[in-house]
Design a protein around this ligand. Structure first.
Ligand SMILES: Nc1ncnc2c1ncn2[C@@H]1O[C@H](COP(=O)(O)OP(=O)(O)O)[C@@H](O)[C@H]1O
Ligand SMILES: [Mg+2]
Length: 274
């Protein structure tokens, strides 16, 4: 039998287990222009269900823009985004959250004037009967709903080890705790796919360890995660697989070791301002 060899590294190294793995999300040919500038250039990757995928690449690669397109914050020019085969293009942000995709933001976006627990309550998935008319005509029912929401929010805060700060205002807790609160808010949506944009950036060593533990815990609970992460040590620690982006294109996708050890990608990554 003849073997065909190539001296070029494969652009998309296919991991054997990947071929049978079910993809929760498939992004194909995603293209986004800002004016004359192409920020996403036929970006293509998939997220296997139940795995942690790290999205890496130098600043300006298009990582946040990809998040914005997937979560309905930005309209895109071409391509498709499918959740278990269902096209998401055209759906609003709220619809996308209800379908099961939630995201955190690089710049936190918390309600500073509210307490920690209230920041979670406002993100909780809707409960039927919870509308203004219910509050007027069925006050006891409405009070019960509020009580349940609070209990639910407290359970979520426990998962990220913030329950002891529930009554504090956002401005009273540390930056690391604010980042954990962002995760709590994402969890409140009950989404199965969580997109976390730089959850560890700016954290002290202790806060960073906490965040890594929380990410591990989320993964162990069955969530599928896409995490933008710059620190390659953390990437090696948390990632089941990597999607490597540069100038709006996916240059490699697959096993963390394989991707992070490719000299051409290391050059792009560390030559690109990191
Ligand atoms: N709203 C916008 N208008 C114009 N250009 C933008 C906008 N948002 C992002 N960009 C540009 O798109 C490129 C990719 O940005 P971004 O997705 O934030 O990259 P990353 O998250 O990988 O650092 C950058 O060059 C950035 O300046
Ligand atoms: Mg970004």
């Amino acid at each position: 039998m003849s073997v065909i060899t190539s001296d070029r590294a494969p652009v998309v190294p296919a991991h054997p287990s990947e071929q049978t793995q079910r993809n929760l999300l498939t992004v194909e040919g995603l293209t986004k222009n800002f004016g004359g500038f192409r920020v996403l250039d036929a970006t293509t990757f998939s997220l296997p269900e139940g795995q942690v995928t790290c999205l890496v690449g130098p600043n300006g690669a298009g990582k946040t823009t990809a998040f914005d397109c997937i979560t309905g914050f930005l309209k895109f020019d071409a391509g498709s985004i499918r959740l278990r085969g269902d096209e998401l293009n055209g759906l609003g942000r709220g619809d996308i959250v209800r379908r099961g995709i939630a995201r955190s933001f690089q710049n936190l976006r918390l309600f500073d004037e509210m307490s920690v627990v209230d920041n979670v309550i406002v993100c909780l998935a809707d409960e039927t009967g919870n509308d203004p008319l219910t509050a007027v005509f069925r006050p006891f029912h409405s009070a019960a709903i509020l009580r349940r929401k609070r209990e639910k929010a407290m359970t979520i805060l426990e998962q990220v080890e913030l329950a002891h700060k529930a009554e504090d205002h956002v401005t009273q807790i540390s930056y690391g705790q604010q980042k954990l609160l962002c995760i709590a808010r994402v969890l409140a949506t009950e989404a199965k796919l969580l997109l976390l944009d730089e959850p560890t950036s700016g954290l002290s060593a202790t806060a960073l360890d906490n965040m890594v533990k929380v990410i591990d815990k989320l993964s162990a609970s069955g969530k599928t995660l896409l995490v933008v992460e710059h620190n390659t040590r953390i990437v090696r620690d948390i990632a089941d697989r990597i999607v490597f982006m540069h100038q709006g294109r996916v240059l490699a996708e697959g096993d963390p070791q394989d991707v992070l050890d490719r000299p051409d990608l290391v050059e792009i990554y560390f030559g690109g301002g990191h």
